[in-house]
Design a protein around this ligand. Structure first.
Ligand code: NDP
Length: 452
């Protein structure tokens, strides 16, 4: 049977674009459909604009510190419109880069929604059908907002990059990555931020001691953290959005952002009909080679709800091409993935938390250090740095590393190599410190703080 393409990719995000380009470089005839903007969540409405907003929100702190260093500076007002214009220009540029990459690789791409109609066919929303030997679904995820009276008044992270004006009073609902990152961003930009989360602490699942420090500093920076609190209902009033909380409170906000998780973006994609097995939350079920229950259909990235991070989707894309187009079956290694959370202060983390280790019954020594950061300390700020190593007693291997510090994301990328290689605490110890840095403390923790 002859097909229009060797590979048809649905979704032009980080995973889909990488798979399309690399397969095309192997000589495959590749088609790709993207219903929205090329670049997907990470580039258009996620990691990239978020990080630029983190930078923007850090300037008031830098300027305050500058005065202590002898500079004669006064922060003027923040012009959201000017920043937003610059942000949009940058996103247009990046979208263009993605499109050029596809063009230069010879990928035949279209801006249309595509749905799967059978094991080898997709239908575009202009009515055209395309056949392919292999179909790859890389449609990502989409914010989930629970339903309750007035929930339609909420925005999600998708809308935060397009606000006409910054709100004066913002409620963020959720305690995960997105909620906590936006709380810091908006607080830094001068917005009055309240954060509701239903648990007793933010960032459930991360090392608790690490998170406690971050929550403490977020509170000191002026974010009103409300543990054990959810929304009952919301209504529009002349003053703003009136929010009824589970704590009995009634408060008015100008904007309410929900960051209560993301769902695989797989609705009405025709996958069920084609025989692809789905999990109850809409995640596409795949094996270790990202293959679905239909042998000619594969899926990668957030649509499969494995580890929902851009670099993971990219690795899944590379492994898919290796498996299908290079005859070298390659499973993706989802173990010991380092990551950063761009809260303020920032977290870098890899491996097991102390709680994970205890739950798994692994005997560990816990090394911790906490100190005032030199740069901000000089300027009289109370910002604290925290570092923690989880060391397995049995063989001295470092099985977890958690950092709260300016630049923690940069540090954990490097510490992540050592942890992935199976470095022992003795290996950390025999590495000479780089002085004077914050990261040197990672190799100078002599005695365990405790055992667990
Ligand atoms: P998370 O899964 O991290 O957090 C969801 C939050 O919403 C949790 O606090 C959860 O509470 C809460 N929640 C869920 N359902 C409800 C509900 N019905 N009512 C009230 N609260 C609710 O999701 P995010 O949206 O923050 O992020 C999605 C994914 O995006 C992340 O898992 C991550 O993979 C990725 N991401 C990564 C980033 C990074 O690497 N820096 C940055 C941003 C996103 P509870 O804990 O009690 O369940």
């Amino acid at each position: 049977m002859s097909f229009d393409y060797d590979l048809f990719v649905i979704g032009g995000g980080s995973g889909g674009v990488r798979a399309a380009r690399v397969a095309a470089a192997e000589g495959a005839r590749v088609g790709l459909a993207e219903e929205s903007r090329m670049g997907g969540t990470c580039v258009i409405r996620g990691c990239v604009p978020k990080k630029l907003m983190v930078f923007a929100s850090g300037y008031p702190g830098h300027m305050a510190d500058a005065a202590a260093y002898g500079w004669d500076v006064t922060a003027g007002g923040f012009d959201w419109g000017r920043f937003k214009g610059q942000l949009e220009t940058e996103l247009d540029r990046l979208e263009g880069v993605y499109e050029r990459l596809l063009n230069n690789s010879g990928v035949d791409w279209v801006k249309h929604r595509a749905v799967v109609t059978d094991a080898h066919t997709v239908m575009l929303d202009n009515g055209e059908s395309k056949t392919a030997k292999t179909i790859l679904v890389a449609t990502g995820g989409w914010p989930f907002v629970p339903e309750f009276p007035g929930s339609d008044l909420a925005v999600t992270s998708n809308e935060m990059f397009h606000l006409e004006a910054l709100p004066k009073r913002l409620l963020i609902v959720g305690g995960g990555y997105i909620a906590c990152e936006f709380a810091g961003i908006m607080n830094g930009l001068g917005v009055e931020v309240t954060q509701f989360f239903r648990g007793e602490q933010i960032l459930r699942g991360f090392d608790r001691e690490t998170v406690d420090l971050v929550a403490d500093q977020m509170g000191k920076a002026g974010i009103a953290l409300c543990p054990g609190t959810n929304t009952v209902s919301m209504e529009k009033t002349a003053e703003g959005i009136l929010v009824h909380g589970t704590d009995g409170s009634q408060r008015v906000f100008d904007l309410v952002m929900f960051a209560t998780g993301r769902k695989p973006n797989t609705d009405s994609l025709g996958l069920d009909g084609a025989g692809v097995e789905m999990a109850p939350n809409g995640a596409i079920k795949v094996d270790e080679f990202s293959r679905t229950a239909v042998p000619s259909i594969y899926a990668i990235g957030d649509a499969t709800d494995r580890v929902n991070l851009t670099p993971v989707a990219i690795r899944e894309a590379m492994a898919f091409v290796e498996t299908v187009f290079k005859g070298n079956p390659t499973a993706v290694d989802h173990d010991l993935i380092p990551s950063a959370i761009f809260t303020q202060p920032e977290i870098g983390t890899t491996g097991l938390s102390e709680e994970d280790a205890v739950e798994k019954g692994i005997a560990v020594d816990i090394y911790t250090t906490s100190f005032k950061a030199m740069q901000s300390g000089f300027a009289g700020r109370e910002e604290r740095v925290f570092m923690k190593l989880i060391v397995r007693k049995e063989d001295d291997v470092v099985i977890g590393c958690h950092i709260v510090a300016p630049g923690a994301g940069e540090m954990i990328q490097l510490a992540g190599i050592a942890v992935k290689m199976g470095a022992t605490k003795a290996d950390f110890d025999r590495t000479c410190a780089v002085h004077p840095t914050m990261a040197e403390e990672l190799v100078t923790m002599r005695n365990p703080t405790r055992s667990a």
